[in-house]
Design a protein. Structure first.
Length: 737
């Protein structure tokens, strides 16, 4: 046993006086370290620590941190005899070299707390003390209009013994964005510039958000007589009024028509469909259009692609037949408007042949318990639990025990190849052939913290007792699908809102946590409640959102304040077309079917079950490269974030000089060639192309210039190819607005 210093011996034997109890290690010392950033992930809370000192992240392990500070390195970090010479104080005040710099001053309250704790013997708290039950932060939301520029935050800790304590001086404050506001040690928030930000208030293991908005002094819009179509509009417009944002005007018919087709079906309307809608004088024609779109087969095919992205339906893991049967099964469920909670239950509880029982393919794509649990939590519950794999989640309530307990529910999923009943161990290679998913009742999930098998547990809910032979998959599937599940409905309506409105009410859409609050909590709660009342049916919720005036607003605004709003849906979101939408639109406007290897000619990109394999040459290879260039995901993640629609130079090359664009425009038998062969007049052809691409006729100025260009051209076909190329490269065609 090593010889301990006198300071260490004093720590062990010095009596705890009544006054020493005034400074608590857990309630005072750890919060001071957290507030100073000492146990942050970028400092000593890092997995490997910093400078020889490793603390638990955000003070989650009080016992371990106490040992490190008072026993580690021969207790050199504290000195009860000469407390001001304690390394923990000298480093934090930069009296000795410290890579992290000064964390607080000698005259600060933080210094006084640590010094008092060291001077009185650096004791640990009495065992079985009252635990922190909840943290109440006021206000929870604050909107300030210029000249008002500051307010005070107050944090009250409620403990399990019924006592309360003002912990504002001990709480750690962190903004989700820099430059909008600053906060004083006493909790006073001061504006730095106008804008929105969330303040995270942390005390011990609890974190509470405060949404803050600093507004310029601008007039309150008059929305009393602004038309509303349903409850969505009432909730959105109420928030816009509070934020002094004026909603945009209603989008014109041709813009709404194009938006509705792209959002519901992933395709453009035909010129015939466009003419019929624009000529219709029925005041309810938009509502009728929405109903007709939801009944079309393209709706199920398009939304099945979204679910196929999330469920990782790709060939390397599932093989081509597995991908096909899984995609057809998803599309069939959506076409039948199967309740999404039942849809989720079928997937999670699935087992058996991956060919005969298609939803079992989901388990074929996620091959280990940790990947399974993280995928299920993210897709069906909107929870990212991955941070709790190594330590308690720093921004959510999930602990290591929660993480491995949830993973234990999926530890028994196993695989066999059907042909010879041989166990499949090729987890890191491409899979070919039929497989059987089954539950191996002997498999368990070890908890690295306890070194024992993790006890199965649901996230944030009581878990029924499960014996050795319990069917864990069915148990967790039933819990997720239950109408009482606190996460499922909100996660799904937020995802639907994202796909229709361009941004989730919670963003990222699969990252629900207290520290990432929704932009409109009342709207999210109403959507989830309405979704449950409607038996969790996708089409009903899509219809409700599309029928709202909020969905039908124009993307064009004249008010400068509204123009800067990207969060509250005061106007429509402008976004580039998805890869499949764009390729199908190009094929539809030019009238040329794009081939995909292994599939019949004429299939749209939105009908192909899995991402086409790249590397092929010729026309087929062009379509595959095009989809890849425009961000079609490889489906290696259970997250919409895998789809990348950021513009880049390669996309510009594809549209301006790309082989595919060139082939579509120059095809002798395309729409252009057929109209020329049929003897169509230039004006009629121009109107047809505009209707096909933009869902409107050309303006008089556009028609005059383009028809004059064609009339004076020596080569009519070449001139028309120029016009078509320009139309397909216009922002109005390339964007959903």
């Amino acid at each position: 046993m090593p010889v301990r210093s006198l300071a260490a011996l004093l720590v062990l034997v010095s009596p705890l006086t009544a006054s020493a109890a005034e400074v608590s290690f857990e309630r005072d010392v750890l919060p001071v370290l957290t507030r100073a950033g000492c146990n942050a992930g970028a400092c000593h809370g890092n997995l490997n620590g910093k400078g020889g000192l490793k603390l638990s992240l955000k003070g989650e392990d009080a016992v371990g941190d106490f040992g490190v500070l008072t026993r580690d390195m021969l207790a050199r970090r504290i000195d009860p005899i000469r407390p001001d010479e304690s390394l923990i104080l000298q480093k934090a005040t930069a009296q000795v070299p410290h890579e992290g710099g000064a964390r607080f001053a000698r005259a600060s309250a933080e210094y006084a707390v640590l010094r008092d704790w060291v001077a009185r013997g650096a004791k640990f708290d009495a065992p079985h003390g009252a635990a922190l039950a909840k943290l109440v932060v006021t206000p929870t939301n604050q909107i300030l209009v210029d000249p008002a520029d500051r307010f005070r935050v107050k944090a009250i800790a409620h403990f399990s013994d019924g006592t309360t304590r003002d912990v504002t001086p001990r709480a750690a404050f962190e903004f989700t964005a820099v430059g909008v506001a600053k906060i004083t040690p006493a909790g006073e928030v001061i504006r730095e510039q106008t804008g929105e930000v969330v303040l995270l208030v942390r005390y011990l293991s609890h974190v509470e958000p405060v949404r803050i908005v600093f507004l310029p002094d601008r007039p309150v819009p008059d929305t009393v007589h602004f038309p509303t179509n349903n409850e969505i509009d009432r909730l959105v417009f109420a928030q816009l009024k509070e934020l002094r944002l004026k909603p945009a005007e209603l989008a014109p018919d041709h813009v709404f028509l194009r938006r509705a087709f792209l959002d519901a079906l992933g395709v453009l309307p035909t010129p015939t469909e466009t003419r019929a809608f624009l000529d219709d004088t029925d005041p309810k024609k938009r509502e009728k259009l929405i109903d007709s779109l939801l009944a079309r087969p393209e709706f199920a095919e398009y939304w099945a692609q979204k679910w196929a992205d999330l469920l990782r339906n790709e060939e390397k893991s599932l093989d081509k037949k597995g991908v096909a049967v899984f995609y057809r099964w998803i599309a069939a469920q959506l076409a039948a408007d199967r309740p999404l909670n039942e849809f989720a239950r079928d997937i999670i509880a699935a087992r058996g042949s991956t060919y005969a029982n298609p939803p079992a393919n989901f388990w074929r794509a996620v091959r280990d318990p940790l990947m399974r649990s993280e995928s299920v939590a993210q897709v069906f519950l909107g929870i990212r639990v991955g941070c709790a794999r190594c330590h308690n989640h720093p921004f959510d309530r999930w602990t290591i025990d929660d993480y491995y307990g949830f993973a234990a529910l999926f530890a028994r999923v196993d695989y066999r190849v059907l042909e010879n009943n041989k166990k499949d161990n090729l987890d890191k290679h491409e899979f070919v052939g039929e497989q059987v998913v089954w539950q191996n009742r002997t498999s368990e999930m070890p908890n690295p913290r306890t070194k024992q098998s993790a006890k199965p547990r649901f996230l944030g809910a009581s878990t029924p007792e499960m014996g050795e032979s319990a069917d864990r998959l069915t148990a967790v599937a039933d819990w997720i699908a239950a109408p009482s599940n606190p996460f499922f409905a909100k996660a799904q309506v937020n995802r639907i809102w994202l796909h229709l409105m361009g941004r989730g009410l919670v963003d990222p859409n699969d990252d629900f946590r207290a520290t990432n609050p929704p932009t409109n909590p009342e709207l999210l709660a109403w959507l989830a409640e309405d979704f449950a009342k409607g038996e969790f049916r996708l089409k009903r919720t899509v219809k409700t959102i599309m029928q709202s005036r909020t969905y039908q607003l124009s993307a064009t605004v004249r008010d400068s304040a509204t123009m800067g709003d990207d969060l509250h849906h005061s106007h429509a979101t402008v976004a580039p077309l998805e890869a499949e939408q764009l390729l199908d639109a190009l094929a539809q406007v030019t009238g040329v079917a794009v081939p995909f290897k292994g599939y019949p000619l004429g299939m749209r990109a939105n009908q192909i079950p899995a991402p086409p394999q790249s590397g092929r040459r010729g026309f087929e290879g062009m379509s595959e490269r095009f989809l890849k260039t425009f961000g079609k995901p490889d489906r290696l993640l259970t997250c919409e974030c895998e789809r990348n629609d950021d513009p880049g130079l390669l996309q510009a090359f594809q549209l301006i000089t790309g082989e595919l664009m060139n082939a579509l425009v120059r095809d002798s038998n395309n729409r252009l060639g057929k109209m020329i062969s049929a003897g169509k007049a230039d004006a009629e052809m121009l109107d047809e192309f505009y209707l096909a691409a933009l869902c409107r006729s050309p303006t008089s100025a556009e028609a005059k210039k383009l028809l004059a260009y064609i009339a004076t051209a020596k080569d009519r076909r070449a001139a028309w190819e120029d016009v078509l190329w320009a139309l397909l490269n216009s922002k109005e065609f390339l964007l959903r607005r």
